[in-house]
Design a binder for this molecule. Structure first.
Ligand SMILES: *Cc1c(COP(=O)(O)O)cnc(C)c1O
Length: 823
């Protein structure tokens, strides 16, 4: 076994990092398996080349065309040489990415009349798994042993066979035996073809194709994973296997010699070289030209791929060691690492520079990866979490049976959503991956980050304390409403209800709160401040006298091209007052749920928001509540922000419930509040905020204003409250709350994300308050601040029928039991 020692670590990279990777300033990038980063020199040389040379589309007689053709021929040869592939025995086909290379091979097999058998290893990337859908027969090999056995079995099938596997798992970096290729060839003969997915492997490690017999028939890779740029993939074909492509039926510009299409249909495909036959359409010529510089710069900066392999193997060993050493105060290990028993970190034969793991708290419970990702984002760590495009590996290491995965799917789990712990088990992983320009400091910073946020030295309180329900003395005045805010435009700035003005409470929340939203013109999805922080600088206000929503822009968004202000009638149906149709109906998506929204047609309005944000968007209005359409979906989506539900009722997963017929459909209960995890009204407490700010300042941070929490109601203890009598976080234990004459149910604490770090005045992102919240208010792996509340309608004495209202200054008290209010 090749042991990696400290000499393999290339210290020069620490200095080179500052010079060549300025975009990494302040960030710790640990997602090289997603894509590695391009060097500054690469971009500079590529642009200089583009600016100083005239490159035309290849295959013409012009000088510019000939220049391109010549360069591309050289680059092809250079890429083959990088893998020691003899151009006599191999050809390289440029494709968009590794997946496109796989599809090109599969297209040829699919077009064969006999069909084909397809075998793939459990550790395959999703892009390899999809091949099974077009194969006549397929088999997933659940272990290396199964592959070993199959290799020695006699070949019985008469149809062509294709066996595919990754040289390195993109999930946990384990490296699979390359010796399979030669053994498959010698034991199973020419009818079994091999497809090697080298996309993950070659990003840090050489691949040697010097002996054709030991080399795959087809090798796919992603060049951006090696060099960060260009966005290009390659398919390396062994010429002895090229006859497979004779079956390919499609041809396109570039891959055909002559085509007859009038009266008769006849064509002659190109037959000179494999790449000429397979590269349909114009080549990505500028990307291929960039590849030349990418190879040059990579070699100058890092030397050989072998050196990169040793450097990253050393770092991976350190990372693995560091993660394993992390323990809670009670001795419980923090990380559950998903490693193949036969792999060893530090040994580049068996293991690449990727670690996949999950975190557990000191009691052994799983920490939600969505939360880890949020905290990591605030501290500027770039990692990947979730299913990692590796369903077989995930199922194996997390021990998820197919029925469990289907049931999780039925219960709302999707690639990329927050449902990452289901039935007390993780459904995804955290992946940390290293690249050529990673340094020891990256590894140390990440270990320190985990220590800082996830190690529990002394058992911390896990849930809000179970003190008995607090009952405020009936004497009113100990607490009051300090301020009231609404957000007429979802995710834009707050508008404060003026002092002295009573404000209406409607069934769906405070009047005019989140009545409008901005939707992306392309996707129809509602825009959110999380992605577009500048939305904080769009300042709506409600003018009840003129009956309009007025929207102004912060000074920093203003320019000549944009109107300073626009107004939109508050009336939901302005058609009553004018002939012109105001809306076009369209589907919009809010929080992943499809809703019907009314999109404003006005070019002026559209241009106002589009210019202000620099994002093509429309203004949309949620349809009114209680418009006669009584389905739950329509009422709860009338303001879809209000209730972000799991849409259990209308999901149908074939085969998910074998006995679905006998199961009563799981339908949404009629009370939208029960289903919601976001409520109509968000309340925060000044005392809790004061406590939080004290904690932030203790750590040397800057206190945050209440605005960052985007609450509707801020309650505060009275100014004459004696020192030390404040009760921060008392609201955690409240069940009901009385404000003025109105009663509210306290539904539970509000789960927070990094959006609370956006300064609502400047739209800048900070680290606080999320960092301190993560340390002081994290329960069961989730971060909470503020309470979801909803209004409880009450019968009013005759003659007093009125809309319920609330006002700044109204007294507030906690109520244990609703009956108590009636006295
Ligand atoms: C990244 C990756 C792929 C997919 O590559 P694309 O360039 O996105 O098509 C396939 N397999 C493995 C092992 C990978 O790491």
């Amino acid at each position: 076994m090749e042991e990696i020692d400290a000499e393999c670590y290339n210290r020069n990279i620490e200095e080179l990092r500052h010079r060549e990777y300025p975009m990494l300033q302040g960030s710790t990038y640990l997602d090289h398996a997603g894509t590695t980063l391009y060097a500054k020199s690469l971009i500079e040389r590529f642009s200089a080349d583009m600016i100083s040379n005239l490159y035309g589309n290849p295959h013409s007689a012009s000088n510019s065309s000939q220049l391109t053709t010549r360069r591309i021929e050289d680059i092809r040869l250079r890429l083959l040489t990088l893998f020691n592939a003899d151009p006599e025995a191999f050809d390289v086909v440029f494709v968009a990415n590794a997946t496109a290379g796989i599809k090109l091979v599969v297209e040829a097999f699919r077009d064969s009349e006999q069909g084909f058998w397809y075998g793939y290893h459990r550790d395959a990337h999703t892009s390899l798994i999809g091949v099974r859908e077009v194969a006549t027969e397929n088999r997933c090999f659940a272990s290396d042993d199964e592959v070993e056995t199959w290799i020695t079995e006699p070949v019985t099938s008469t149809i062509p066979q294709l066996f595919a596997y990754p040289a390195q798992s993109n999930m946990n970096g384990r490296r699979l035996p390359l010796s399979w290729i030669e053994r498959i060839r010698s034991r199973r003969g020419d009818a079994t073809y091999t497809l090697l997915d080298a996309a993950a492997l070659v990003s840090t490690t050489p691949l040697d194709l010097s002996t054709p017999d030991y080399s795959p028939d087809f090798t796919v890779l992603s060049l951006y994973k090696m060099f960060g740029f260009p966005d290009l993939g390659a398919l390396i074909v062994k010429k002895s296997a090229a006859s497979v492509f004779d079956r390919r039926r499609y041809f396109g510009g570039g891959t055909v010699e002559m085509v007859v299409c009038l009266q008769e249909q006849w064509h002659v495909s190109k037959s000179d070289t494999i790449h000429e036959r397979l590269e349909d359409g114009t080549l990505p010529l500028h990307s291929i030209l960039a590849l030349d510089h990418a190879m040059t710069v990579h070699q100058e900066l890092f030397g050989s791929l072998k050196a990169t392999s040793q450097h990253t193997a050393y770092l991976a060993a350190k990372l693995h060691e560091g993660l394993r050493s992390l323990k809670h105060g009670n001795g419980m290990e923090l990380c559950q690492i998903y490693k193949e028993p036969t792999s060893t970190y530090g040994n580049a034969e068996t293991q690449g520079p990727i670690v996949a793991f999950n975190l557990r708290n000191h009691l052994g419970a799983w920490v939600s990866n969505a939360e880890v990702e949020k905290i990591a984002a605030v501290k500027d760590f770039h990692i990947r979490t979730g299913g990692l495009c590796n369903p077989g590996g995930i199922a194996k290491y997390l021990q998820l049976a197919p029925w469990e995965m289907k049931e999780n799917f039925s219960a709302g789990q999707r690639c990329g959503n927050d449902n990452d712990i289901m039935r007390a088990r993780p459904t995804g992983m955290i992946r940390v991956s290293l690249g050529a320009m990673s340094t020891l400091q990256d590894v140390v910073s990440f270990i320190d980050f985990l220590k800082d946020f996830f190690i529990q030295d002394t058992p911390r309180l896990l849930a809000p304390s179970l003190t008995p329900l607090l009952v405020e003395p009936a004497a009113q005045g100990s607490m009051h409403v300090e301020s009231l805010a609404i957000y007429p435009l979802k995710s834009c700035a707050a508008w404060h209800v003026p002092h002295g003005q009573r404000w209406e409470i409607r069934p769906e929340g405070l009047a005019w709160d989140r009545e409008w939203c901005l939707v992306h013109q392309g996707t129809g999805a509602a825009l959110s401040q999380k992605r577009y922080p500048k939305m904080a600088l769009i300042r709506p206000s409600i003018d009840l006298v003129k009956g309009v929503l007025r929207v102004r822009l912060d000074g920093s968004l203003q320019n000549e091209a944009v109107a300073k202000e626009i107004t939109v009638p508050l009336s939901a149906n302005p058609r009553l007052f004018s002939d012109q149709a105001v809306y076009r109906h369209s589907d919009a998506k809010v929080c992943g749920d499809r809703i019907r929204a009314n999109t404003y047609k006005s070019a002026e309005i559209t241009s106002f928001f589009t210019q202000a944000l620099g994002v093509a968007c429309h203004l949309a209005r949620f349809p009114p509540v209680g418009n006669g359409v009584s389905s739950i979906a329509s009422s709860r989506h009338s303001k879809a922000h209000l209730q972000k539900q799991r849409k259990i009722s209308n999901l149908h997963v074939p085969g998910a419930f074998p006995d679905a017929g006998s199961l009563a459909p799981i339908t949404a209960a009629p009370n939208p509040i029960l289903l919601s995890n976001e409520s109509p009204i968000l309340t925060i407490s000044r005392s809790s905020l004061n406590r939080l700010n004290e904690q932030i300042k203790l750590e040397g941070g800057k206190a945050v204003p209440a605005e960052v929490f985007r609450a509707n109601i801020v309650i505060a203890e009275s100014l004459d409250c004696p020192p030390g009598a404040e009760q921060p976080y008392a609201e955690d234990d409240w069940r009901y709350m009385q404000i003025g004459d109105e009663l509210f149910e306290v539904l539970g604490p509000c789960r927070r994300c990094q959006m609370v770090c956006i300064n609502q005045q400047t739209a800048e992102r900070n680290q606080e308050p999320f960092v301190t919240l993560s340390k002081t208010r994290r329960f069961d792996g989730r971060v909470y601040f503020g309470s979801h509340t909803s209004h409880l309608p009450q019968e009013k004495p005759m003659g007093m029928i009125q809309n319920p209202t609330i006002m700044v200054g109204d007294p507030v008290r906690a109520v244990e039991d609703v009956a108590a209010v009636e006295d």
